[in-house]
Design a protein around this ligand. Structure first.
Ligand code: ZN
Ligand code: ZN
Length: 142
């Protein structure tokens, strides 16, 4: 399953006109494995275990290249750091633990609000942002 996903995203990467380097392949693998938002440092720390020589700035540059081509999405979790996740095209939000930083995907509860708002104000609604913060069960026990 993971292998199929890797092949899918590697194909997408090539279709975007990017060369599939070893590092790009690794970055994709980390994002697929995690299935949630990660920052550049977290991705970097996952990579160093299997790669002999890497720099954080290169990882960051690759993430920017992915993001520019729509392969991944940049996410603001309100922590002041940029997070990235694969752009699967499905619209969702995030539930963030303020203790350990765990991030869970959250279905969108705002569809109705958008419709009502549009009706009331005659605005054509384009986007909205929502993050929910809390403390996960593990952190509550600490
Ligand atoms: Zn937690
Ligand atoms: Zn939403």
């Amino acid at each position: 399953m993971v292998r199929e996903k890797c092949e899918f995203w590697e194909k997408k990467l090539r279709e975007c006109g990017l060369r599939l380097t070893r590092q790009r392949k690794e970055i994709l693998r980390v994002l697929i494995k995690t299935n949630g938002p990660l920052n550049a440092r977290e991705i970097f720390s996952e990579l160093t275990s299997s790669e002999d020589f890497l720099e954080l700035s290169t990882v960051y540059r690759n993430l920017q290249a992915f993001s520019k081509r729509g392969l991944i999405r940049e996410i603001d979790l309100g922590t002041g750091e940029k997070y990235f996740e694969l752009n699967t095209g499905d619209h969702h939000h995030h539930l963030i633990c303020m203790g350990c930083g765990e991030v869970l995907p959250l279905g969108c509860p705002l569809r109705h609000l958008e419709k009502d708002l549009s009706r009331e104000t005659n605005y054509s609604i384009i986007d909205h942002r929502l993050n929910v913060y809390g403390v996960c069960p593990t952190c509550q026990e600490k």
